[in-house]
Design a protein around this ligand. Structure first.
Ligand SMILES: [Zn+2]
Length: 466
């Protein structure tokens, strides 16, 4: 049996407290990678110990085997448990034995009809909706199917207490966001194709080498073609990489995942596969090459590398500026407000802005303005010049960001780096590491220094040599 961590036990206690107060349908919010399945298994055990039946509903089949194993390990009486995918259970709903408790995983999907059919079939059951992100795109929210919400510890708290690794976040901007179009709650494949700069592949390799060289990384891509290209690019520089997508044979996929776990593979490029559930403990770097307008996906992508280990700092490389939609993964979010269907919200929440996020023009580190000390980048130590603008994230709605000139300025700089090999070579160096006049000029251009600065530096160096 697992011994629950204190914060997990606290969640269990809060759930029973809410039930005692008369709530029957309760949302349980817990951030990704904090042991949701263990909490569900503990509640299932308590239920079957009393001789009551439990039903466990999941959204993706990849997760089922792992959840079953966790339930068995937690001594759930599996004879009293029905566990399955929503599609399967909803088809057989008339034949199912009535449960006293229903546990729904990834419950931000639970408003859909397939879930509602099951929920409505058992009006006397307690229902617990587990999700990291109790929010949907669009008008209708989870308050339509729930009476209460229990909010778990924040990502900041979990990091401070070493349950999640700290991270460094880099926003690279290989994308033209004006081309993105939404379709069924996320960006359409075609619009992602159009928005993503084709030079992203070379840039992914460069930035991995600059920021995360030697670390095991998962790359999130928007299409099979692009995931294959990423994998090929890594192989071409001698890094062991593989690509997995929905069409990969299950045996091949399992083998590749195992090779990654055994650290024989360094890079796994995938299309929407490693979201919930699949256990990849030693990921130290996430590379996002897929824009998303879904907060659930954003947190699943970016937090994939946050399993803690002593001394670890995870690296999140965001080539497609997902942070402009959602801020950083550990932004505080108002989940109690998020579950309220839009026209029922009391105040006009759009004025409630989240913390300002700033970006270093030198390393592209992306961080809270409050983390800046002595005007230096908290990631690389480079002096931040005054023109570094804030990105203001609208917090409560969790969907919008007010972009400003800084975006334009940065896009231009990144384009320059992509177009200019010398500039790419100097991007991660300090002036002391530069030797030729051309390098110094590129550096000056990159940081907005005058051309005179480059000449001055160059002449100084020559004098020193003599
Ligand atoms: Zn920096």
């Amino acid at each position: 049996m697992f011994k629950l961590r204190d914060y997990q036990q606290e969640t269990v206690d809060n759930i029973y407290q809410s039930m005692k107060q008369g709530n029957r349908r309760i949302i349980v919010q817990q951030p990704p990678r904090t042991g949701k399945t263990v909490i569900m298994a503990e509640i299932a055990r308590k239920t079957t110990d009393k001789g009551n039946r439990v039903m466990f509903i999941i959204h993706r089949k990849e997760v089922l085997a792992q959840a079953k194993a966790t339930f068995r390990k937690q001594d759930v009486n599996v004879n009293l448990a029905t566990m399955g995918m929503v599609q399967t259970l909803t088809r057989r709903v008339n034949k199912l034995v009535e449960p006293q408790l229903i546990l729904i995983d990834e419950a931000h999907h639970a408003i859909s009809n397939s879930y509602r059919r099951i929920i409505n079939a058992f009006p006397n059951a307690y229902i617990l909706y587990f999700t990291a992100t109790p929010i949907r795109t669009g008008h209708d929210q989870l308050d339509q199917i729930a009476d209460d919400i229990i909010v778990g510890k924040s990502i900041k708290w979990l990091t401070q207490h070493h349950f999640l690794a700290p991270f460094h976040y880099y926003g690279l901007g290989d994308i033209d966001r004006s081309k993105l179009r939404k379709q069924n709650g996320d960006y359409s494949s075609q619009s992602m194709d159009e928005a993503i700069n084709h030079q992203i592949y070379g840039h992914i390799i460069q930035q991995y080498q600059r920021l995360a060289n030697g670390k095991q990384a998962v790359v999130y891509c928007h299409s099979i073609e692009s995931a294959k290209k990423v994998s090929e690019q890594f192989k071409s520089i001698g890094v062991r990489a593989a690509e997995i997508d929905g069409n990969t044979e299950p045996q091949v996929r399992d083998r590749l995942v195992q090779e990654f776990r055994d650290q024989k593979l360094m890079i796994l490029a995938n299309v929407n596969l490693f979201t919930e559930g699949v256990d990849l403990p030693n990921v130290d770097c996430v590379i996002m090459a897929r824009p998303t307008s879904s907060l659930a996906l954003y947190l699943q992508f970016s937090m994939r590398c946050l399993n803690p280990r002593r001394g670890k700092t995870a690296i999140i490389i965001d080539h497609v500026d997902n942070f402009l939609n959602f801020g950083l993964p550990n932004n505080d979010r108002d989940w109690k407000q998020a579950i309220v269907t839009k026209d029922k919200r009391k105040s006009n929440s759009n004025d409630d802005t989240g913390p300002a996020i700033a970006q270093c023009n030198y390393c592209f580190g992306t961080f809270y303005r409050t983390d800046i000390h002595d005007s230096c980048c908290p990631l690389c130590g480079h002096e931040l010049k005054t023109e570094t603008k804030d990105y203001k994230i609208v917090n409560v709605d969790l969907q919008e960001i007010k972009e400003n000139q800084a975006v334009e300025h940065r896009k231009k700089m990144i384009q320059q780096i992509l177009n200019d090999q010398v500039m790419a070579n100097v991007a991660d160096k300090s002036p002391g590491q530069l030797h030729t006049l051309k390098e110094l000029q590129a550096y000056a251009k990159l940081h907005g220094y005058s051309t005179g600065w480059a000449w001055h530096q160059f002449n100084n160096r020559r004098k020193k040599k003599w």
